[in-house]
Ligand binder design. Structure first.
Ligand SMILES: Nc1ncnc2c1ncn2[C@@H]1O[C@H](COP(=O)(O)OP(=O)(O)OP(=O)(O)O)[C@@H](O)[C@H]1O
Length: 284
């Protein structure tokens, strides 16, 4: 659905690249997470893919069409939800969606139905200028679904939302994936990536350093531990044993055989820890 090959972009049109030799593919019905800290090159890449920035070097195919000579019909099948809301503040929530739906030549969703889905039905007739930051974000999210997109670009879809609303948004994203929508999600939030992405790409300084499923990345790069709490002479002891270090595995066996175990849990590395291990950078 999305193919990117050897993509470069320089804002200064010289050798200072915001995006450097980036290549990846996103399959139909896949949630692909594009993960990196601030300034990594996520927005630059996304903006090229949606045609906001012109293609300087490399190949980008969206639904089989070269982005360099895209047709208007392509945009009928694309949805974009930006982190920074760009909406008409003098129009109400429902009017914003109605206005936006006029731009498409394909069947569109019922605006009120969409507002209900994101919990904005009570505010549907209020001017969007009076919406809170989180409400605006949900409005933009709802708007990006209006044309029932085949390819959906989401930029930090849950940032700044309360846990309940974030969970509703994640539920909608998963449901769209089940219906076959291809989703390109940019974020620096590892939790959402871990929770909903089929595959992720790690990007820092404009370059991709790993692409795989969160599970595979953990299996390949993450060291697993068993955390044990046991009683020794009536004192509670806590220790972690590596499952990959033979000496520690042996010690764990001895503890299990000889001590009174209170609790025992396996601990996996988090995706954030793997990111730091691979890229040497924090996700700030
Ligand atoms: N319009 C611009 N003009 C010049 N440089 C830019 C412009 N936009 C971004 N950059 C630079 O390009 C690099 C990549 O920025 P980009 O916005 O793509 O990162 P990002 O990963 O999306 O960050 P964030 O998570 O903060 O949005 C950064 O060094 C940034 O300063």
């Amino acid at each position: 659905m999305i193919t990117v090959k050897n993509l470069y972009h320089s804002y200064t049109k010289d050798e200072h690249y915001a995006v450097k030799d980036v290549s990846f593919e996103v399959n139909q019905g896949e949630i692909f997470g594009f993960l990196g800290p601030s300034g990594a090159g996520k927005s630059t890449t996304q903006n090229i893919l949606i045609g906001l920035l012109s293609l300087q070097r490399g190949t980008v195919l969206i639904d089989g069409q070269n982005i360099g000579n895209k047709s208007k019909t392509l945009f009928n099948h694309i949805g974009v939800s930006f982190e920074r809301p760009n909406i008409y503040k003098k129009l109400s929530g429902v009017e914003n969606l109605q206005f936006h739906s006029e731009m498409y030549d394909v069947p569109t969703e019922d605006p009120m139905g969409l507002l209900k889905r994101v919990g904005l039905e009570d505010a549907a007739h209020q001017k969007a200028g009076g919406y809170s930051k989180g409400m605006l974000q949900r409005l933009v999210f709802a708007r990006s679904m209006i044309n029932q997109p085949k390819i959906w670009f989401l930029d930090e879809p849950t940032s700044g939302l309360d846990p309940n609303t974030a969970s509703t948004i994640k539920g909608i994203i998963k449901e769209k994936k089940e219906q076959g929508t291809t989703i390109f999600l940019t974020t620096h939030n590892m939790h959402i990536a871990e929770e909903i992405c089929d595959r992720v790409a790690f990007i820092t300084n404009g370059e991709i350093s790993a692409i795989d499923s969160p599970r595979n990345l953990k299996l390949i790069y993450g060291e697993r531990f068993v955390k044990v709490e046991y009683l020794k002479e009536e004192i509670l002891k806590k220790r972690s044993y590596s499952l990959t270090d033979e000496k520690e595995r042996q010690q764990l066996k001895e503890i299990i055989a000889s001590q009174h175990i209170e609790t025992m849990h396996t601990q996996e590395a988090t995706l954030e820890e793997i990111f730091i291990k691979i890229t040497g950078k924090e996700l700030k």
